[in-house]
Design a protein around this ligand. Structure first.
Ligand SMILES: [Zn+2]
Length: 357
């Protein structure tokens, strides 16, 4: 029997914090702005429709009716894109976290329960990013199906990064491994091996697709290194909307100064903003970064008052452009991020143009 999502849940990670930490400089500052509890209520009519929903209705059909194609579910868009790069059209793939939605607070819908119940393979980032989805997947897992936690398979606990948004005390490592392209490639390798094990007939294609993807990731990695080298060393600092880039920063030698995390409806106090402005000025940061998915009026305000450029085009899990556009991909996401960073931090964004998307 289909398990539906729970109706009333705390939004995980909905604690709103205004965060600033100076890597390697001792005491940081954290301003927590309180927690919100948000209740979800499913409309009764929707439940009735779902309960009446039998095979052959709008829900995706089982693998039998798809000529044996693997039914695969993934979560955030970069992972969906990585799976697509390896699988091509050999599988039926459904990414369930809509773009432009905060993946940390995403709650799967009843329609996602159907997809999860019919999936042969479920690729999840893991590292506690998509707990409600993982729980629902486990509750509905069909016989022979497999849930793959890419983060946990890609790295061991020694490589986990904890920071102000993801403090060690809370037990949730920073989950954004894929912002380091070498980890993204590791994800692709895991996907290749799992797909080949479940669908050996297409194993050669999965291996060939992986080889092509690996070449593009290597070109991306080289371009990021060259672009980073064009940014003055003292400017390689990131103060962002959300702590998404610690693995990226570690690989390429950026300092993560901190993040403002606004799922927030209460603005920080004038004193908090003033303190941040002072610290950002002391760091001589040329720019601070926001994102469409996490609108941050406070970042804009801090930028304005500190006389620091505010660039709101970084992204970590919604892909640039529209589906079908050449840059609507994981690699496109990284290229656009580096162009934004280089443009704002005094580097050469055109160095990213060598990357084939
Ligand atoms: Zn995130």
């Amino acid at each position: 029997m289909l398990q539906l999502p729970e109706l009333d849940q705390d939004f995980r990670d909905s604690g709103v914090g205004l965060l600033f930490h100076s890597a390697g400089k001792g005491a940081g500052m954290r301003m927590a702005l309180g927690r919100h509890k948000i209740s979800l209520y499913l409309p009764l009519a929707l439940l009735v429709v779902l309960c009446a929903c039998g095979p052959g209705m709008s829900a995706p059909r089982g693998s039998e009716s798809q000529g044996g194609r693997l039914q695969v579910v993934s979560t955030v868009s970069p992972i969906t894109d990585i799976v697509y790069n390896i699988a091509g059209d050999h599988i039926d793939l459904s990414g369930i976290v809509p773009e432009g939605v905060n993946s940390h607070t995403f709650e799967p819908a009843p329609s996602d329960a159907i997809k999860l119940a019919q999936a042969d393979l479920i690729f999840i980032n893991g590292l506690h990013l998509e707990l409600p989805t993982l729980k629902l997947a486990e509750a509905n897992l069909k016989e022979g199906a497999e849930i793959v936690l890419l983060g946990e398979q890609a790295v061991g606990p020694d490589d986990y990064i904890y920071d102000f948004s993801f403090p060690k005390e809370a037990g949730n490592p920073n989950p954004h491994l894929w912002t380091d392209p070498i980890y993204a490639l590791k994800y692709a390798e895991i996907v290749r091996d799992i797909l080949a094990a479940h669908d050996p007939d297409n194993g050669d294609d999965y291996r060939a697709n992986y080889a092509r993807f690996a070449a593009r990731i290597q070109s991306l990695d080289a371009a990021i290194q060259a672009t980073t080298a064009s940014i003055p060393v003292e400017n390689r600092k990131l103060f962002t909307y959300h702590d998404s880039f610690p693995y990226f920063a570690l690989r390429y030698g950026y300092t993560v100064l901190g993040a403002v995390q606004p799922a927030d409806f209460s603005a920080p106090s004038a004193q908090e903003v003033a303190a941040l402005i002072e610290q950002l000025r002391a760091e001589r940061v040329p720019a601070i970064f926001g994102s469409d998915v996490f609108p941050a009026p406070v970042l804009e305000q801090i930028g304005r008052e500190a006389g620091i450029a505010y660039v709101d085009t970084l992204r970590d899990d919604d892909l640039p452009g529209m589906p079908g556009d050449p840059d609507h991909s994981y690699i496109g996401l990284m290229v656009e991020n580096l162009k934004s960073m280089a443009g704002a931090l005094g580097g050469d964004p055109t160095l990213m143009e060598s990357v084939g998307k």
